[in-house]
Design a protein. Structure first.
Length: 106
């Protein structure tokens, strides 16, 4: 029985984790209107990519795992999402009323 489980593990291999890109524009995440909700599977690597010229950051204000990026005007920031939940993410420079998003990890 143990041999069968080991063979199955070798054949099946590890699950492939996904990737998701989130646009960080001047005063918005993803798009310029509304609070977007982005859904990803557990284990997905989410990458926030800066576009525009204003400085922004990515800060989790609500969720089981807190994280934050540095404040930047270009480049990217990535985080592998391992805990299922809904995360509230804001740019602390522009505030939740102007620049926020929800990230749902399923």
């Amino acid at each position: 029985m143990a041999l069968s489980a080991a063979l199955l593990a070798l054949v099946a291999g590890p699950a492939q984790a996904g990737r998701k890109s989130v646009r960080v524009g001047d005063n918005y995440f993803v798009r310029a209107s509304g609070v977007p909700v982005v859904s990803v599977d557990r284990g997905t690597t989410v990458t926030w990519r800066w576009h525009g010229s204003a400085p922004h950051n990515v800060v989790v204000t609500r969720g089981p795992k807190k994280f934050r990026s540095r404040t930047k005007t270009s480049g990217r920031f990535s985080r592998r999402m391992r805990k299922r939940s809904t995360y509230t993410i804001v740019c602390t420079i522009h505030g939740a009323a102007d620049m926020s998003m929800k990230l749902r990890v399923e």
